[in-house]
Design a protein around this ligand. Structure first.
Ligand SMILES: [Zn+2]
Length: 121
């Protein structure tokens, strides 16, 4: 019988954004993301804690590969510009279909409605 895995062990989470210092000048943050599209998630994503913010927002479309968008890139831009508010639409960068096979690979039509509020120290 194998011993149970240690409760202290957690695999490294490479999707965390705060490691690179992007969030350091921030005092508070609110990120709200709503997915739109034929196969979009019906759930609203909402974060208030810097620690919860991830670099990549995945796409919920099951047919989509390499999808999602980089929330990290957006936040880095906002922080560099000292921009307190952002409301905009980001398009999924993925395509539908099977990357291993031929056939048409239309762009994923998922859109992300993004609202960001930042407060700086
Ligand atoms: Zn997608």
């Amino acid at each position: 019988m194998n011993p149970p895995p240690s409760k202290h062990f957690r695999p490294p989470d490479r999707n965390r954004i705060r490691i690179d210092g992007t969030m350091d000048p921030l005092d508070g943050i609110q990120v709200q993301i709503e997915e739109k599209g034929k196969r979009a998630s019906p759930y609203l994503m909402l974060w208030h804690q810097k620690e919860m913010i991830r670099e990549m927002i995945p796409c919920s479309n099951a047919l989509c590969f390499d999808g999602g968008f980089s929330l990290g890139d957006l936040l880095r831009e906002l922080v560099n510009n000292q921009q307190h508010n952002f409301i905009g639409t980001n398009f999924c960068r993925g395509r539908e279909g099977d990357p291993e096979r031929g056939g048409p690979r239309p762009s994923c039509e998922t859109r992300f409605l993004v609202e960001v509020k930042l407060s700086f120290r």
